[in-house]
Structures are given as C-alpha cells and as structure tokens.
Design a protein. Structure first.
Length: 252
C-alpha cells in the first residue's frame, strides 16, 4: 500500500513539471509577433508599384520614377508647339503633364500652376523625378519647367521642351538656365507627397510635416532611431522645419 501511494505521488509530480514547461515555451513565440505588428504595420502596394507607408508620405518605387523619366525622354527631338502634348509637338508643361500621367500622377496643365503644387526643395537636394522651374526672358513669374533626369555632386540635368530646340536635355550649370532658375519642387500624388528614392539605394526619403519630430519619424521605420537619421543626414541638431527632406537609412 505504501509503495502504491509513493508511486502515485511521483507520477503527479512529473506530470505537473511537464505541464509547467509547456506553459513557459508557449509564451515566448507568441509574444514576438504581437510586438512586431504593433511597432510597424505591414505596408501595402497599389497597382502602379507605389508603396504606401503608415505615414502620409508615399515612396515611389524606382521603377515608377524611371517610367516617368523614360516617357519624357521618349519625346526627345520632338519640336516645340504651344499647347502640344504629343509627338506632333510639345510644350514644356505638356511634357510634364504627359510624363507624370504615365505614372498615374495628374499635374495641372501650365508651368505656373505646376509650380504651386507639391513641396519646395532646395536645389542642393534635387533628385530624379523632381520638377525644376524657371523665369525666362526677364519674366517676373515662372514660365518654364523641366524634369530632373540625373543628379551628381556637380550638376543637375533635366529634360524639357525648349521653344527654340524642342524636347532636349539641359544642365543647371549652363549660364542661361542657371540665371533663369527659380525653384525645385517635388510633386504630390493623390495619397500624399511623392518622395522619389534617393540615389543611395539603401535610403528612402521623408518630407517633414508641421509638428514632426525626429523621434516620431524614426518610429515609422523599423530598426531606425533618431540618432541614425541625424547621422545619415549630417544634422547638427534635432530641430526640423516643414518641407525639409530627410534620407532614411534602411536600418540602424
């Protein structure tokens, strides 16, 4: 009888230890997914290749940016025609209107109206896909526009439709365009600011909005801290201003 009781106690003890181990191991894997999903929602993509993040900004894929640029360059050599939007003739704003339409971004039809859209960017931060505006012929208001097709440390090149030579590529280093330069703007899609990826393939870009802080921006990107953003952009402090363009590193 005593042996029976001792055996029963041993069996109960072993069963209780086994169940407690199962409880401990079941908690560990289930906790990780919950932390991941609350930190950063999975982004969604629409049909044109644009990835929409949890903020209001839209990061346009390189393929969409290149599609817009290829469309503009396909008209190279087309003669200038006021009001034109085809191979038969193209004016400057018509070239922008037609090119961005290929990327499902609808712009106004005139250069002055296009210059009132999007976010103003400093010339030093111009990127492929930005629009560059000019005041030519001594005009006081904007009357010409081009599309940035390449940027390096020394130059910004853009495609545009010149009234004298038609659709061509020019440089901001050229005296005429340097003196006529007015501003660079980054356009908006219907879902937010179009933020073209930088030439650094490991970075995205974020356009600062009113009320943004570095810490709030960092929380939008998994594995990125405020100090990562500061170092990546060579900022001297944490102060931000609306319209400022920040490069976001892939991960800290």
């Amino acid at each position: 009888m005593i042996k029976y009781i001792v055996s029963l106690v041993v069996i109960v003890f072993l069963v209780s230890c086994s169940s407690s181990k199962r409880v401990v191991t079941s908690k560990s894997p289930s906790s990780k997914p919950r932390i991941h999903t609350t930190k950063k929602p999975i982004p969604s993509s629409n049909d044109n290749g644009t990835t929409i993040s949890s903020g209001s900004e839209v990061i346009v894929s390189t393929s969409v940016t290149n599609k817009i640029i290829r469309k503009a360059l396909s008209y190279k050599g087309t003669k200038y025609k006021y009001g034109g939007t085809s191979k038969k003739g193209m004016d400057c704003s018509g070239l922008m209107f037609t090119s961005f339409k290929s990327g499902n971004i609808v712009l106004p039809r005139t250069s002055i109206a296009q210059s009132k859209k999007g976010i103003r960017i400093s010339k030093a931060k111009a990127q492929k896909g930005d629009l560059v505006f000019f005041k030519t012929g001594g005009r006081r208001s904007i009357n010409h526009v081009g599309l940035v097709v390449s940027v390096d440390s020394r130059d910004v090149k853009f495609v545009h439709s010149s009234s004298s030579r038609g659709v061509m590529i020019s440089s901001l280093r050229e005296g005429y365009w340097s003196s006529a330069f007015s501003q660079v703007r980054r356009m908006k899609g219907k879902d937010g600011v179009v933020s073209i990826p930088s030439k650094d393939n490991n970075s995205a870009t974020y356009v600062v909005k009113k009320g943004d802080t570095l810490y709030a921006i960092a929380r939008k990107y998994e594995g990125v801290s405020a100090s990562n953003i500061i170092n990546h952009n060579k900022l001297s402090g944490t102060s931000l201003s609306p319209g400022m363009v920040l490069k976001i590193p892939s991960k800290g």
